[in-house]
Design a protein around this ligand. Structure first.
Ligand SMILES: [Zn+2]
Length: 207
């Protein structure tokens, strides 16, 4: 009977790149709590940001469990390599426990206490309500007719500049519906680097 070496233990912790089934996956390690997946054009490979010590097999199993979504995204990136921006498709991940929801709400509410007055003053519009909740496909949304804004609670887990960007995006919809020239001009006026922020935010496809 062998005491050691009977079972290979995947300790993980290293970046790696491999063919998983028929999909190329590129895994980088970061000091983050969640796993983030992004399907990249033009070939539809999957880029994954994983927590530092998450075992490799956990990552592989997770990717496999998300295969239907990955296939759908691969179809989309082949149809359109154009970024969907803040309303792009982004699936959620971690389970929302009551505790996680409450702490995300607390964190975001605290951030909004500063951000909201600052940006309503700049944009010159005030939403009738802002609701914070987990959303599966969007970082935020706005109904200009009713003045209601919804923000994805996942924003609590990523750097505050993205909450700010999404808030400004949704507030700007109170002046311009759609994402046409008027909207883009206003965004450039408010947040000159908004396109860069949008690009960075899109790396955080949430699961
Ligand atoms: Zn929008």
């Amino acid at each position: 009977m062998r005491r050691n070496g009977q079972r290979q233990v995947h300790r993980g912790g290293e970046p790696f790149e491999e063919l998983l089934d028929d999909i190329r996956i590129v895994v980088t390690r970061k000091s983050i709590k969640n796993l983030y997946l992004r399907v990249k054009p033009p070939d539809g490979h999957v880029e994954i940001s994983a927590p530092l010590r998450m075992p490799d097999d956990t990552i592989r199993n997770f990717v496999r469990s998300r295969r239907p979504w990955i296939d759908e995204m691969r179809n989309r990136v082949q149809v359109s390599a154009v970024s969907q921006g803040v309303e792009g498709p982004l699936p959620l991940a971690q389970k929302w426990t009551e505790e996680r929801r409450a702490s995300a709400k607390r964190a975001m509410s605290a951030q909004l206490e500063t951000l909201l007055p600052r940006w309503t003053a700049v944009v010159g519009k005030t939403p009738t309500s802002i609701s914070l909740r987990p959303m599966k496909t969007r970082w935020g949304s706005c109904t200009p007719r009713t003045g209601r804004i919804r923000l994805n609670l996942e924003l609590a887990d990523i750097p505050e500049q993205f909450l700010e960007y999404v808030l400004v995006h949704e507030l700007t919809h109170l002046r311009a519906s759609g994402h046409g020239a008027k909207f883009q001009n206003l965004m450039s006026q408010y947040l000159p680097n908004w396109r860069q922020l949008r690009g960075e935010l899109n790396k955080y496809v949430i699961f």
